[in-house]
Design a protein around this ligand. Structure first.
Ligand SMILES: [Zn+2]
Length: 655
């Protein structure tokens, strides 16, 4: 019985010793910090090695490679336990089969118990054809030709959008209108082929993908060549279009501009008829006119196979491909994020604890904000009073959302209403069927936003993309000026409510300061406190003092400039917030290490890890990030008595 086994096989990571559990949080956190330090590496020479040198040895057998993954693993372990408890409860007569609990359990059990055959791509493709009355080419009965003339690529993309499938030939998103963040619009642009899941794999892996789903062996090789050639031609088209500004158009105008009939496509996405005056946000007309020529001259069967192969890659990327407990819980988190948040909160955070955590986190954040407002007031950039007041107003209105829940609503009834129309009508377990069902559910929720006003801050929660949904890392949402702090972040060793402030400011404080700085990085500055595009931000970012600061930060060139800004300005803010307000607070009751050193050790250990250093998404690797943050940061060099180097660059000045 896997349910019983489940309690024993979920590894408890970084298991504290019995003695450790009883210790005061300060001693516990301190001894955890020291356990990673490699004393034989000099702090002044290679600080990453000094602070993280023993990380790999300590976590050699653990299934995570860094601290936020460790937190996620704990969350997942807890959710496995919760699923076990729900399964027990579901046996009793009073269990409500239409409750959120029942729906989450149902998908978890589907993941665990569905026959392997229901996970096969061929099965998916039979369930999700390219249109109402047409099959994918390889499913034609032997000897019967595929009805090419019936296949219309745009119609097919419109049809498959129901599963959230996009960014192939055309990219369609539901986004806040660029002029008014209170309104959502359909946003049409060319696809991006960057990122592993956004283009075909290598030649051999594409061959293997097509063989698995039953494309006859003799046709596979020529077909793979053709679809790869098609993708290369599409890539060329995306490279010649440099339009990066989307504009609002009526469908009629957009049709005129691109030479396509977009109405059917848009109608199948929004699910109702629309007039020629329907407004969309769109860009890349040049790409689309080129695409039309390309599509008109390409065999429909090649186009269909290209779309199908990308559709498979999308589906593979969106599921865990395993029926292990932890993987299935991740699947529930990614597909039913709001439900997972609620169930986790209700089971593992009692109201008093949650209230205490909320207060603590809010307090740290308010101190950071206060310090940032003081900094803005000092006006190091020499901004005009109008510019300064715009930045201050924006910072004043950044909202913290803990747990990604609508803060002004009763969570339980809100979440059950959210899942009201999610049903699993058939009793058997079929993984692909329910996965597609949940993809349709998620896309419907996205599309519904087009017909509604944007939620107020009290109603707001983020319809998270799958990767964000599975993660406990906090994030800043530019168009709503909100920082989301997932519940999973609020656990040791990241956060302990009763610990000394030095621990809170050096880790949680740094991470919150990093997110706050995203509101005023080179992208954030384009939006005002409501998330609307405005004039003043770009004025600031093109001012000589801001440009000089950014150029200085980019001395050691990075692709992820905004991340570097958030790191460096975030460290400065967290450090000054703590040390300007708490300089007299004694630490001597639990350590003799100076507070400045504790601050930098705890901060640095956010970046410890033993994963593949090339495996970082949208950020420089962790060692590089830490190095860039500490380089030229005087308090750091003072804390460890590092000799001033003659070639030491000066600290860059931004906010
Ligand atoms: Zn960031």
């Amino acid at each position: 019985m896997w349910w019983i086994a489940s309690l024993f096989i979920v590894p408890i990571c970084a298991a504290p010793t019995a003695q450790n559990v009883k210790a005061h949080p300060n001693s516990r956190l301190m001894s955890n910090i020291l356990s990673y330090v490699a004393e034989d590496s000099s702090a002044c020479g290679n600080y990453f090695q000094h602070a993280c040198g023993k990380y790999a040895v300590r976590h050699i057998d653990d299934p995570f490679t860094e601290i936020t993954q460790m937190l996620d693993h704990k969350v997942n372990g807890n959710l496995v336990q919760l699923m076990y408890e729900l399964q027990q409860r579901s046996q009793s007569p009073g269990f409500n089969e239409s409750s959120v609990e029942a729906k989450a359990l149902r998908f978890y059990r589907t993941c665990r118990e569905a026959p392997q055959s229901t996970r096969k791509m061929e099965h998916y493709l039979r369930l999700a054809p390219p249109g109402e009355a047409i099959k994918w080419p390889q499913f034609m009965p032997h000897g019967k030709p595929w009805p090419k003339a019936q296949f219309k690529w745009m119609k097919s993309l419109g049809h498959l959008y129901r599963y959230g499938f996009t960014n192939v030939l055309v990219n369609v998103l539901v986004l806040p209108s660029s002029e008014n963040s209170n309104r959502f619009r359909l946003d049409i642009s060319m696809p991006s082929l960057e990122g592993d899941a956004h283009h075909l794999g290598g030649f051999l892996s594409t061959v293997a993908t097509l063989q698995v789903i039953g494309v006859p062996t003799k046709s596979v090789l020529p077909l793979v060549r053709k679809i790869r050639r098609l993708e290369s031609a599409i890539r060329v088209l995306t490279e010649v279009d440099d339009d990066d500004e989307s504009e609002t158009w009526t469908l009629r105008q957009w049709e005129y501009k691109t030479g396509y009939a977009w109405q059917d496509f848009v109608e199948s996405i929004v699910g109702h008829s629309v007039s020629q005056h329907y407004l969309v946000q769109a860009q890349n007309a040049k790409y689309f006119t080129g695409l039309k020529r390309l599509m008109d001259s390409t065999d429909a069967e090649v186009v269909a196979n290209y779309i199908m192969t990308r559709f498979m890659l999308y589906l593979i990327d969106d599921s865990m491909d395993s029926n292990e407990h932890i993987e299935c819980v991740k699947d529930v988190r990614r597909t039913m994020n709001l439900a997972s948040n609620l169930l986790y909160k209700e089971r593992f955070l009692d109201p008093a604890t949650l209230q205490q955590y909320t207060q603590e986190v809010t307090q740290v954040f308010e101190q950071l904000r206060r310090q940032f407002l003081l900094q803005i007031n000092e006006n190091r950039l020499g901004l005009t009073s109008e510019q300064n007041s715009m930045v201050a107003t924006k910072a004043q209105h950044v909202v913290l959302n803990i747990g990604n829940m609508p803060r002004g609503r009763d969570h339980s009834s809100f979440v059950s209403r959210h899942y009201e129309d999610l049903v699993f009508p058939l009793a058997d377990f079929d993984y692909a069927r329910e996965h597609l069902n949940l993809l349709e559910f998620r896309t419907r929720k996205q599309v519904l936003q087009l017909d509604q006003r944007a939620p107020t801050l009290d109603e707001f929660f983020y319809l998270a993309d799958p990767n964000t949904a599975m993660s406990s890392s906090p994030y800043y949402l530019m168009r709503v000026n909100v920082i989301v702090v997932p519940h999973g972040l609020l656990q040791e060793p990241f956060f302990a409510a009763d610990s000394h402030d030095i621990f809170k400011y050096s880790l949680l404080g740094f991470v919150l300061a990093h997110e706050l700085m995203h509101s005023v990085d080179t992208t954030g500055l384009h939006f005002d406190r409501y998330g609307n595009v405005h004039e003043i931000g770009p004025q600031i970012s093109s001012s000589p003092s801001f440009e000089a600061g950014v150029q200085c930060l980019n001395r050691n060139n990075t692709q992820y400039l905004d991340e570097r800004i958030a790191d460096i300005a975030g460290l400065d803010l967290a450090y000054s917030t703590y040390f300007q307000n708490n300089s007299r607070m004694s630490l001597t009751d639990f350590t003799t290490i100076p507070p400045q050193q504790i601050f930098f050790l705890n901060l640095a250990q956010f970046f410890c890890g033993n994963g593949d250093p090339t495996n970082f998404v949208d950020h420089d690797n962790d060692q590089m990030r830490l190095q860039q943050m500490l380089k030229g940061f005087v308090p750091f060099h003072q804390a460890f008595g590092c000799p001033a180097k003659s070639n030491q660059p000066e600290k860059c000045q931004l906010w």
